[in-house]
Design a protein around this ligand. Structure first.
Ligand code: GTP
Length: 313
């Protein structure tokens, strides 16, 4: 084979996922690297449920980012399924990036997650990402990096790299991307160039609605909310150059009281949720949408296999 016949030589490709305690900045980092809003980012902990992929294609490599939910003590069937999903993902990827936010001391939560990774049978390469550098001084970043080195020594993790960054400001994201691409094995691209996610649009739309519904609610609600897309239909009487999509979706909660919270006084909250989600969906699809939202109580859906299957878990 001549050189011309192997244009892909040296091309690297593979999968990576970010892990870390709730709120460590995993979703924000994924979004910042991919450059489009894909993973759900929220100030409420443990709101990332679906395995969402972002795809970064560069001349010398392709990185597929997988966004996993946080690992936590399972209290429900949903909790157990999520934990299994997380561990399955970890053992399939080439690189795991442990996100350790600079504004928090490394604690039992971080150690727990790092230990789980150190103990995986099928070991991926492991990097540490010191997230949220913009929230602290340079000195604090440095001492955080020292603590990360110590964590590695304690657990027997050989960090393939340790990179500080701020996804919020875009600082050192190039370094994170470079490190990830360089650690991938040689191989051909998995996805055509230009593709940034292979999540079905429906899932992304459901996530955007869920994100809007979570905005400003108190701690107990996030785990109880799920979103089902009932139907997505192009409006029939629209001209081809001015399409409109009708999206029908149901917000599922576990109790009547939660239904009240989501709907709000005279439907005010539900209206806000609809407006916010509609803007985000417009942006995602590049097409105007009309969004019809309904709220439904499905008691104990997190403990019921039938509902979990219907909701896609
Ligand atoms: N200042 C600052 N805030 C950040 C940065 N990255 C993330 N955040 C904020 O931290 C919070 C949590 O970020 P997420 O990206 O949702 O964190 P996560 O690790 O995906 O969280 P879970 O879904 O709960 O596992 C959000 O309010 C973000 O805006 C950063 O680089 N700088």
């Amino acid at each position: 084979m001549t050189e011309n016949q192997t244009p892909e030589q040296g091309f690297r490709s593979g999968f990576a996922c970010f892990v870390g305690r709730p709120n460590a900045g995993k979703s924000t980092l994924t979004n910042a690297l991919v450059g489009q809003k894909i993973a759900i980012a929220s100030s409420k902990p443990q709101t990332t449920r679906h395995v969402v992929r972002g795809i970064i294609t560069r001349p010398d490599g392709q990185l597929v980012l997988i966004d996993t939910p946080g690992l936590h003590k399972p209290r429900t069937l949903l909790g157990e399924r999520l934990n299994d999903l997380v561990k399955d993902t970890w053992s399939e990827v080439d690189i795991v990036g442990i996100c350790l936010p600079c504004d928090q001391r490394i604690g039992p939560g971080d150690t727990f997650i790092a230990k789980q990774i150190a103990e995986l049978e099928n070991k991926p390469k492991v990097i540490a990402i010191a997230t949220k550098t913009d929230l602290v001084s340079k000195d604090r970043v440095l001492s955080h990096l020292v603590d990360i080195a110590k964590l590695g020594e304690e657990l027997g993790i050989d960090w393939a790299a340790v990179v500080p960054c701020s996804a919020e400001l875009g600082d050192q994201l190039d370094d994170v991307e470079r490190v990830l691409l360089d650690l991938l094995p040689e191989g051909p691209a998995w996805y055509p160039e230009g593709e940034i996610t292979d999540e079905p649009e429906e899932t992304l739309i459901a996530e955007l609605i869920r994100e809007a519904a979570l905005e400003g609610v108190r701690d107990e609600l996030p785990h109880s909310i799920a979103v089902m897309i009932d139907e997505i239909l192009p409006r029939a009487d629209r001209p081809e150059d001015k399409p409109l999509l009708d999206v029908f979706a149901t917000i599922v909660v576990e109790r009547d009281s939660q239904k009240g919270i989501v709907i709000g006084h005279r439907g005010a909250r539900l209206k806000d949720i609809g407006t916010q989600a509609r803007h985000q969906i417009n942006r995602l699809l590049g097409t105007p949408v009309h969004l019809s939202l309904h709220v439904k109580v499905l008691k104990e859906w997190q403990r019921d296999a039938k509902y979990l299957n219907r909701l896609g878990f």
